[in-house]
Design a protein around this ligand. Structure first.
Ligand SMILES: [Ca+2]
Ligand SMILES: [Ca+2]
Length: 383
């Protein structure tokens, strides 16, 4: 344990009795320890990625790269294959990678043997294709002011079975069942595609002067990233005709670039950092940890895999692998996953009030041993 920290803590302990931060104590002292476990240098800037088991598939200006992540500390290049145009986004279905390739529409690559991916087909669509999402045997390709629906029951031979014109420029897309959620700058469009030949608008979320470019759907919630807003907005979309804003996470840093969700954790990249937040209460996302991007590189997309690991793509031809684990941080009484003066101050307040939270030894008495136990926890540190 660092001596300076203990020393500082004791000094503060004796000098801060009169000061109380006013912060309330936390119900949940959980925090996360984040670690940059590995990185991989790409030949081109990765624009999007997805994973299948331990294999990571990166869409980049050079095409598709396949990286073996069985050892997250040591990603290993497996293979790469050119696409017909810059690959913007990628989704996988039945051993086939489906890539949106800008001006040339959709590429399909057979990845049954990751060492030897095989180009299968290209379907050139009008305009520019950006985002892609797959739900069941159906692929949704967004671009320009439209998204197209493909039957991919036979992955080697996709068939266009419908399309929907969006009011703005369709960019990011996610799906749940037969519902498509399209970020089209001017809004989030919620479209029922049960009958792909006649998609029906169910509802929308206006951008309100922002520009909605990216959406992630999870458990009846939409996580929305806007071009000009710094935070992530969380909407309840269980009633698509009437989506309601639940909360926002604003890291107060450079603007958010991407969001992914796993269970009660939300992962957000900003231009220069990666955040993990607890969204058990979506009205008030709680920061668990933050890790700054090394080398000052700009993070632009993150993808979580293997429960507890994230791939973070940066603009300088690299991805970082970030892992995290939750820990209990008893000394973090203010619940912000930082150990500082405010926690000491709050401890003293609670201690002098004989609050059960300050009874660190759990014996119903408030004495030297509780102060000692608190300091021990404090000096052990949190992320
Ligand atoms: Ca704290
Ligand atoms: Ca005690």
């Amino acid at each position: 344990m660092p001596f300076y920290r203990q020393h500082a803590a004791i000094t503060i302990l004796w000098t801060s009795l009169a000061i109380f931060s006013g912060l309330s104590s936390a119900d949940n002292e959980e925090c996360a320890i984040t670690q940059l476990t590995g990185n991989y240098q790409l030949s081109n800037s990765g624009l999007n990625a997805t994973a299948n088991g331990t294999m990571v598939y990166v869409a980049s200006a050079a095409g598709l790269s396949i990286i073996d992540m069985a050892d997250a500390t040591n990603p290993i290049f497996v293979s790469s294959i050119d696409t017909t145009w810059n690959a913007n986004d990628i989704a996988i279905f039945e051993n086939h990678a489906f890539l949106s390739v800008g001006l040339l529409g959709l590429d399909v690559i057979n990845i049954s043997d990751p060492v030897n991916p095989i180009f299968v087909t290209n379907i050139d669509t009008p305009g520019f294709s950006s985002g892609i999402s797959i739900s069941g045997p159906t692929a949704y390709l967004a671009g320009s002011s439209v998204f197209r629906i493909f039957d991919i029951s036979d992955p080697s031979s996709p068939v266009i079975i419908g399309s929907y014109n969006t009011p703005g420029q369709a960019n990011g897309i996610d799906t749940a069942g037969t519902t498509a959620y399209v970020a089209d700058f001017s809004s989030l469009q919620i479209v029922d595609c049960t009958d792909p030949s006649s998609p029906q608008l169910l509802g929308s979320i206006p951008a309100n002067g922002q520009q909605i470019t990216f959406v992630k759907i999870d458990q009846n919630r939409a996580y929305i990233r806007s071009e000009s807003a710094s935070g992530i907005s969380i909407y309840d979309i269980s009633k698509p005709a009437n989506p309601s804003l639940l909360g926002t996470f604003d890291p107060n840093a450079s603007q958010s670039s991407s969001v992914d969700v796993r269970g009660n954790e939300m992962f957000v990249t900003t231009g220069n950092a990666f955040y993990i937040t607890d969204i058990s209460d979506p009205t008030s996302p709680k920061p668990l940890s933050m890790i700054e991007s090394p080398l000052g590189q700009s993070y632009h997309r993150n993808y979580t895999y293997d429960a507890g690991k994230s791939i973070v793509l940066s603009t300088n031809r690299r991805f970082d692998v970030i892992s995290f684990e939750r820990i209990v941080c008893n000394a973090d009484l203010t619940g912000d996953c930082l150990l500082n003066f405010f926690d000491v101050s709050l401890f003293l307040q609670l201690f002098s009030n004989n609050d059960p939270i300050a009874d660190f030894t759990g014996d119903g008495e408030w004495n030297f041993f509780d102060v000692s136990a608190f300091l021990q926890n404090f000096s052990t540190g949190c992320p």
